[in-house]
Design a protein around this ligand. Structure first.
Ligand SMILES: *Cc1c(COP(=O)(O)O)cnc(C)c1O
Length: 430
């Protein structure tokens, strides 16, 4: 523990004044077991990934079997059954137009690849000035440089990286709310935004319906149809980053289905391997792949060392098959109803600004920033694992979480929100 404190960076954590970390010895089902034997009900699914929970027999078996064949071979000039089997599933399951698959090694890399694809596509069409991206404020697309440049400028700290990050164009994020009539003023704002900036843009990139780490914000799927029409009108590609929303989390297999829209490029990651290994994918249409392939450059300028890692692909295939053989839609509905019901009492608390749920995602937005260290100690004491950020206490449990665990998770959040001492005096990002 002392070595960890003194030498290991943790995500968005100081090495001088780190928040406490809790040592995990093992994980099984929806529970994390700490090295002192305490068990925590996991509300985070390890940041959207572990949709089947932990230590899943089917995924363990797939990993073991693949290990005996080979854990890795280079993808340059070689191929293998796990990559083909995964590609076949991704092409079949994603919206119809998406036919070509690039297997990347993390979500951020798949976004890098998507952005490079878009720039190369425009270059191939002779549009060499189209190097900018259009996006919503409040988005999150990863931590490497190109994705960071399209993350929310404030929470993504663009000021800090000014001069290093490329600058792109940001549109106010769509108003909150997934139902009713979409806001007409906002639609006009989108049109004006495209008229002003589209001629310099390679693509519009966004997280469909659910903005995740940029603020847990849910917006009307209808705006995605408007985006599709505007992108077509202005020859701008449409990129959906479904790294968080993919594989059922929002109640559809992919959030694009809420609007019945097919993007030109789609990024997948996180739950792709059921949380076992790092793997991501960038899918694109035939038109994008052909345009790049028929250009003088011919190739997509990307090819990571661990591209198409067989071990990760084999587990991804097993995870997708397990998901599809389960009644995942009923599971997500059940979690949705449970979260909605059990988090609702938080809305009455003075500390709480808003409670919202969508699919198997539950969010309590507070007025003041959470004291992460303090509230987390309370959560761990109560036997649940929740990792809030800023003014957001949110959960996206494994789909297999039983009702009584879900109730305990939500009840503990409500209890914590009633305690003023868990909130900082002023808004603070920690
Ligand atoms: C997590 C996330 C990413 C980045 O994925 P990494 O695997 O962490 O690089 C990109 N986009 C969205 C929407 C995400 O939620």
């Amino acid at each position: 523990m002392q070595f960890d404190r003194e030498h290991l960076w943790h995500p968005y954590t100081s090495l001088v004044d780190p928040l406490p970390t809790y040592p995990v010895a093992s994980a099984s089902g929806v529970r994390l077991t700490l090295s002192d034997g305490r068990e925590l009900i996991d509300g985070m699914a390890s940041w959207w990934c572990a949709v089947h929970g932990y230590n899943v027999p089917e995924l363990n078996a797939a990993a073991r079997a693949q290990l005996d064949d080979m854990s890795h071979v280079m993808f340059g000039g070689l191929t293998h059954q796990p990559a083909v089997a995964l590609g076949e599933r991704l092409v079949r399951l994603t919206p119809d137009g998406l036919q070509r698959v690039f297997l990347a090694d993390s979500g951020s890399v798949s976004v890098e690849v998507a952005m490079k694809m878009a720039v190369q596509y425009q270059y191939a069409r002779g549009e060499r000035g189209r190097t900018k991206f259009l996006t919503f404020r409040g988005g999150y697309h990863g931590d490497t440089t190109a994705p960071m440049s399209v993350c929310d400028p404030v929470t993504g700290m663009h000021q800090l990286f000014a001069g290093f990050l490329p600058e792109h164009y940001f549109l106010r994020r769509p108003p909150a709310g997934v139902g009713g009539t979409p806001d007409a003023d906002y639609r006009r704002e989108m049109e004006v935004f495209f008229r002003q900036h589209a001629d310099r843009a390679a693509a519009f990139i966004c997280e469909p319906v659910v903005q995740g780490a940029g603020g847990m914000h849910f917006y009307h799927p209808e705006f995605l149809r408007d985006l599709r029409a505007l992108c077509d009108e202005h020859d701008v590609l449409l990129i959906f980053d479904e790294i968080a929303t993919g594989f059922g989390r929002t109640g559809k297999l992919f959030a694009a289905e809420h609007a019945d829209v097919c993007p030109d490029i789609m990024c997948l990651g996180k739950a792709l391997t059921g949380g076992y290994l790092t793997l991501a994918a960038t899918l694109c249409t035939d038109r994008v792949a052909r345009t790049i392939g028929e250009s003088d450059v011919k190739v997509l300028m990307h090819g990571p060392t661990f591209m198409g890692n067989p071990l990760a692909c084999a587990v991804a295939v097993a995870s997708i098959d397990l998901l599809l053989s389960s009644d995942w839609q009923a599971a997500v509905d059940r979690l949705h109803r449970g979260l909605t019901r059990h988090l609702r009492p938080a809305a009455q608390l003075a500390t709480v600004k808003n409670v919202r749920t969508f699919g198997a995602i539950g969010v309590v937005e507070t007025h003041r920033a959470v004291d992460v260290g303090k509230i987390q100690a309370f959560f761990v004491d109560q036997g649940v694992w929740v990792r809030p950020f800023g003014r957001l206490i949110y959960v996206m449990p494994p789909f297999v979480m039983p009702d009584e665990d879900l109730k305990k998770l939500a009840d503990t959040i409500v209890t914590a929100c009633a305690r003023e001492e868990f909130f900082l005096g002023e808004a603070k990002f920690r």
